[in-house]
Design a protein around this ligand. Structure first.
Ligand code: Z5A
Ligand code: MG
Length: 218
Protein backbone atom coordinates (compact mmCIF):
# COMPACT_ATOMS: atom_id res chain seq x y z
CA UNK A 1 0.00 0.00 0.00
CA UNK A 2 1.51 3.28 -1.15
CA UNK A 3 0.30 5.20 1.92
CA UNK A 4 2.26 2.91 4.23
CA UNK A 5 5.49 3.00 2.26
CA UNK A 6 8.31 4.88 3.96
CA UNK A 7 8.88 8.25 2.39
CA UNK A 8 12.30 8.44 0.70
CA UNK A 9 13.98 11.69 0.01
CA UNK A 10 16.83 12.67 -2.29
CA UNK A 11 20.26 13.77 -1.11
CA UNK A 12 21.68 17.29 -1.30
CA UNK A 13 25.17 16.99 -2.80
CA UNK A 14 27.31 20.13 -3.03
CA UNK A 15 30.49 20.60 -5.06
CA UNK A 16 33.04 23.18 -3.97
CA UNK A 17 36.55 24.17 -4.96
CA UNK A 18 38.64 26.98 -6.37
CA UNK A 19 38.23 28.16 -9.95
CA UNK A 20 38.78 25.55 -12.66
CA UNK A 21 39.00 22.69 -10.19
CA UNK A 22 36.54 20.78 -12.43
CA UNK A 23 33.24 21.23 -10.54
CA UNK A 24 31.04 21.82 -13.59
CA UNK A 25 32.66 18.94 -15.49
CA UNK A 26 32.10 16.51 -12.61
CA UNK A 27 28.57 17.65 -11.71
CA UNK A 28 27.44 17.19 -15.34
CA UNK A 29 28.95 13.69 -15.48
CA UNK A 30 27.43 12.77 -12.11
CA UNK A 31 23.94 13.68 -13.33
CA UNK A 32 24.41 11.35 -16.32
CA UNK A 33 25.77 8.55 -14.13
CA UNK A 34 22.92 8.80 -11.60
CA UNK A 35 20.47 8.63 -14.47
CA UNK A 36 22.11 5.41 -15.69
CA UNK A 37 21.57 4.02 -12.16
CA UNK A 38 17.85 5.06 -12.44
CA UNK A 39 18.35 7.63 -9.67
CA UNK A 40 16.39 10.84 -10.34
CA UNK A 41 18.51 13.99 -9.99
CA UNK A 42 18.63 17.65 -10.92
CA UNK A 43 21.68 19.89 -11.29
CA UNK A 44 21.68 23.50 -10.09
CA UNK A 45 24.51 26.01 -9.91
CA UNK A 46 25.22 29.12 -7.88
CA UNK A 47 25.32 31.84 -8.79
CA UNK A 48 22.18 31.17 -10.83
CA UNK A 49 22.73 33.93 -13.38
CA UNK A 50 19.18 33.63 -14.81
CA UNK A 51 17.38 35.33 -11.87
CA UNK A 52 17.21 39.07 -11.14
CA UNK A 53 19.89 38.84 -8.45
CA UNK A 54 21.87 36.55 -10.78
CA UNK A 55 21.95 39.20 -13.52
CA UNK A 56 23.41 41.75 -11.06
CA UNK A 57 25.98 39.20 -9.88
CA UNK A 58 26.96 38.31 -13.43
CA UNK A 59 27.46 41.96 -14.28
CA UNK A 60 29.59 42.42 -11.12
CA UNK A 61 31.76 39.38 -11.94
CA UNK A 62 32.47 40.62 -15.44
CA UNK A 63 33.40 44.02 -13.92
CA UNK A 64 30.76 46.03 -15.79
CA UNK A 65 28.71 46.90 -12.72
CA UNK A 66 28.32 50.68 -12.28
CA UNK A 67 28.50 52.00 -9.64
CA UNK A 68 30.71 49.40 -7.95
CA UNK A 69 28.93 47.30 -5.29
CA UNK A 70 30.54 47.12 -1.85
CA UNK A 71 32.02 43.78 -0.72
CA UNK A 72 29.18 43.44 1.80
CA UNK A 73 26.45 44.21 -0.76
CA UNK A 74 27.68 41.66 -3.33
CA UNK A 75 28.04 39.08 -0.55
CA UNK A 76 24.38 39.55 0.40
CA UNK A 77 23.32 39.29 -3.25
CA UNK A 78 25.10 35.94 -3.64
CA UNK A 79 23.28 34.75 -0.51
CA UNK A 80 19.89 36.06 -1.73
CA UNK A 81 20.51 34.16 -4.98
CA UNK A 82 20.61 30.93 -2.92
CA UNK A 83 17.60 31.78 -0.73
CA UNK A 84 15.54 32.30 -3.90
CA UNK A 85 16.10 28.62 -4.77
CA UNK A 86 15.29 26.99 -1.40
CA UNK A 87 11.71 26.00 -2.15
CA UNK A 88 12.54 24.44 -5.50
CA UNK A 89 15.44 22.46 -3.99
CA UNK A 90 13.43 21.33 -0.98
CA UNK A 91 10.46 20.21 -3.12
CA UNK A 92 12.81 18.16 -5.30
CA UNK A 93 14.44 16.48 -2.28
CA UNK A 94 11.03 15.66 -0.77
CA UNK A 95 9.97 14.11 -4.09
CA UNK A 96 12.91 11.73 -3.89
CA UNK A 97 15.11 13.65 -6.36
CA UNK A 98 18.79 14.04 -5.55
CA UNK A 99 19.94 17.64 -5.94
CA UNK A 100 23.46 18.26 -7.20
CA UNK A 101 24.70 21.78 -6.58
CA UNK A 102 27.69 23.37 -8.31
CA UNK A 103 28.96 25.88 -5.65
CA UNK A 104 26.95 26.82 -2.54
CA UNK A 105 27.30 28.93 0.61
CA UNK A 106 30.89 27.75 1.16
CA UNK A 107 31.95 29.59 -2.01
CA UNK A 108 29.99 32.57 -0.69
CA UNK A 109 32.01 32.64 2.51
CA UNK A 110 35.39 31.69 1.00
CA UNK A 111 35.39 34.35 -1.74
CA UNK A 112 34.25 37.19 0.55
CA UNK A 113 36.48 36.19 3.49
CA UNK A 114 39.41 36.07 1.01
CA UNK A 115 38.85 39.83 0.55
CA UNK A 116 39.53 40.29 4.28
CA UNK A 117 36.01 40.27 5.76
CA UNK A 118 35.40 38.31 8.97
CA UNK A 119 34.63 34.64 8.25
CA UNK A 120 31.85 34.45 10.87
CA UNK A 121 30.19 37.60 9.53
CA UNK A 122 30.30 36.02 6.07
CA UNK A 123 28.40 32.94 7.31
CA UNK A 124 25.53 35.00 8.75
CA UNK A 125 23.24 35.50 5.72
CA UNK A 126 23.34 31.79 4.77
CA UNK A 127 22.54 30.51 8.28
CA UNK A 128 19.48 28.24 8.12
CA UNK A 129 19.83 27.28 4.44
CA UNK A 130 19.26 23.62 3.50
CA UNK A 131 22.11 21.58 4.97
CA UNK A 132 24.09 19.51 2.45
CA UNK A 133 24.32 15.75 3.06
CA UNK A 134 27.72 15.76 1.38
CA UNK A 135 30.17 18.45 0.31
CA UNK A 136 32.64 17.25 -2.31
CA UNK A 137 35.69 19.49 -2.23
CA UNK A 138 37.74 19.39 -5.43
CA UNK A 139 41.31 19.78 -4.18
CA UNK A 140 43.83 21.11 -6.71
CA UNK A 141 47.00 23.25 -6.63
CA UNK A 142 46.17 26.75 -7.94
CA UNK A 143 49.07 26.58 -10.45
CA UNK A 144 47.48 23.50 -12.03
CA UNK A 145 43.97 25.03 -12.13
CA UNK A 146 45.41 28.19 -13.72
CA UNK A 147 46.64 26.18 -16.73
CA UNK A 148 43.09 24.99 -17.47
CA UNK A 149 40.77 26.56 -20.06
CA UNK A 150 39.11 29.88 -19.27
CA UNK A 151 41.12 30.87 -16.17
CA UNK A 152 41.59 34.63 -15.91
CA UNK A 153 38.38 35.80 -17.61
CA UNK A 154 36.50 37.13 -14.55
CA UNK A 155 37.09 39.37 -11.54
CA UNK A 156 38.35 36.77 -9.02
CA UNK A 157 40.46 34.70 -11.42
CA UNK A 158 43.88 35.79 -10.18
CA UNK A 159 46.39 33.33 -8.69
CA UNK A 160 47.10 35.31 -5.50
CA UNK A 161 43.39 35.74 -4.73
CA UNK A 162 42.63 32.09 -5.44
CA UNK A 163 45.33 31.07 -2.91
CA UNK A 164 43.46 33.11 -0.28
CA UNK A 165 40.17 31.49 -1.30
CA UNK A 166 41.80 28.06 -0.92
CA UNK A 167 42.90 29.00 2.63
CA UNK A 168 39.32 30.03 3.52
CA UNK A 169 37.92 26.76 2.11
CA UNK A 170 40.44 24.94 4.32
CA UNK A 171 39.06 26.67 7.43
CA UNK A 172 35.47 25.77 6.49
CA UNK A 173 36.44 22.15 5.84
CA UNK A 174 37.96 21.81 9.31
CA UNK A 175 34.64 22.84 10.88
CA UNK A 176 32.43 20.45 8.89
CA UNK A 177 32.25 16.63 8.98
CA UNK A 178 30.16 16.38 5.78
CA UNK A 179 33.15 17.36 3.60
CA UNK A 180 34.89 14.77 1.45
CA UNK A 181 38.13 15.89 -0.21
CA UNK A 182 38.72 14.56 -3.74
CA UNK A 183 42.08 14.83 -5.52
CA UNK A 184 41.01 16.85 -8.58
CA UNK A 185 44.40 16.76 -10.30
CA UNK A 186 43.69 13.46 -12.06
CA UNK A 187 41.98 12.31 -15.26
CA UNK A 188 38.28 13.25 -15.40
CA UNK A 189 36.97 9.66 -15.46
CA UNK A 190 39.12 8.57 -12.52
CA UNK A 191 37.77 11.43 -10.38
CA UNK A 192 34.20 10.65 -11.45
CA UNK A 193 34.54 7.02 -10.41
CA UNK A 194 35.41 8.05 -6.82
CA UNK A 195 32.60 10.60 -6.78
CA UNK A 196 29.91 8.17 -7.98
CA UNK A 197 30.90 5.62 -5.29
CA UNK A 198 30.70 8.21 -2.50
CA UNK A 199 27.46 9.77 -3.74
CA UNK A 200 25.63 6.43 -4.06
CA UNK A 201 26.57 5.61 -0.45
CA UNK A 202 25.26 8.96 0.79
CA UNK A 203 21.98 8.71 -1.18
CA UNK A 204 21.34 5.33 0.46
CA UNK A 205 22.35 6.51 3.94
CA UNK A 206 20.15 9.63 4.09
CA UNK A 207 17.02 8.44 2.26
CA UNK A 208 14.93 8.11 5.43
CA UNK A 209 16.51 10.97 7.36
CA UNK A 210 14.82 14.38 7.67
CA UNK A 211 16.09 17.23 5.49
CA UNK A 212 18.31 19.65 7.43
CA UNK A 213 17.40 23.36 7.45
CA UNK A 214 20.14 24.47 9.76
CA UNK A 215 23.31 25.27 7.84
CA UNK A 216 25.69 26.94 10.33
CA UNK A 217 22.88 27.37 12.88
CA UNK A 218 23.95 24.82 15.50
N1 Z5A B 1 31.19 33.19 -6.09
C1 Z5A B 1 31.19 34.07 -5.01
O1 Z5A B 1 32.01 34.98 -4.92
N2 Z5A B 1 30.23 33.93 -4.04
C2 Z5A B 1 29.30 32.94 -4.10
O2 Z5A B 1 28.43 32.85 -3.20
C3 Z5A B 1 29.32 32.02 -5.21
C4 Z5A B 1 30.29 32.19 -6.20
C5 Z5A B 1 28.30 30.94 -5.31
C6 Z5A B 1 31.63 32.50 -10.62
O3 Z5A B 1 31.36 31.16 -10.29
C7 Z5A B 1 32.34 33.19 -9.48
O4 Z5A B 1 31.44 33.46 -8.42
C8 Z5A B 1 33.44 32.36 -8.86
C9 Z5A B 1 33.10 32.27 -7.38
C10 Z5A B 1 32.17 33.39 -7.17
N3 Z5A B 1 34.68 33.07 -8.90
N4 Z5A B 1 35.39 33.30 -9.76
N5 Z5A B 1 36.13 33.67 -10.51
P1 Z5A B 1 31.13 30.07 -11.41
O5 Z5A B 1 30.81 28.81 -10.70
O6 Z5A B 1 30.14 30.60 -12.39
O7 Z5A B 1 32.55 29.92 -12.10
P2 Z5A B 1 32.83 29.14 -13.47
O8 Z5A B 1 32.99 30.14 -14.53
O9 Z5A B 1 31.90 27.99 -13.69
O10 Z5A B 1 34.25 28.49 -13.23
P3 Z5A B 1 34.61 27.43 -12.21
O11 Z5A B 1 33.42 26.96 -11.51
O12 Z5A B 1 35.69 27.99 -11.40
O13 Z5A B 1 35.22 26.19 -12.99
P4 Z5A B 1 34.93 24.64 -12.62
O14 Z5A B 1 33.48 24.41 -12.82
O15 Z5A B 1 35.51 24.29 -11.34
O16 Z5A B 1 35.74 23.87 -13.72
P5 Z5A B 1 35.21 23.22 -15.15
O17 Z5A B 1 34.40 24.27 -15.89
O18 Z5A B 1 34.62 21.91 -14.92
O19 Z5A B 1 36.60 22.99 -15.86
C11 Z5A B 1 37.45 24.08 -16.20
C12 Z5A B 1 38.35 23.66 -17.40
O20 Z5A B 1 39.19 22.58 -16.99
C13 Z5A B 1 37.57 23.15 -18.61
O21 Z5A B 1 38.28 23.52 -19.76
C14 Z5A B 1 37.60 21.62 -18.43
O22 Z5A B 1 37.51 20.94 -19.64
C15 Z5A B 1 38.96 21.43 -17.79
N6 Z5A B 1 39.00 20.27 -16.87
C16 Z5A B 1 38.04 19.86 -16.00
N7 Z5A B 1 38.45 18.78 -15.30
C17 Z5A B 1 39.68 18.50 -15.72
C18 Z5A B 1 40.65 17.47 -15.39
N8 Z5A B 1 40.40 16.54 -14.45
N9 Z5A B 1 41.84 17.49 -16.00
C19 Z5A B 1 42.11 18.43 -16.94
N10 Z5A B 1 41.25 19.42 -17.34
C20 Z5A B 1 40.06 19.45 -16.73
MG1 MG C 1 31.94 25.87 -12.98
Amino acid sequence: MLANMPRRRGALIVFEGVDRSGKSTQTALLTQNLSSHQIPSILRRFPDRTSTTGALISSYLSSTSEPELSDEAIHLLFSANRWEAVKELEDALLNGTTVIVDRYAYSGVAYTAAKGLDLNWCKGPDKGLLTPDLVIYMEIPIEVAATRGGFGGERYEKIEFQEKVRGCFKQLKEQDPTWRVIDADRPVEEIQKDIVGTVLEVIERVKEMPIGHDLWSK
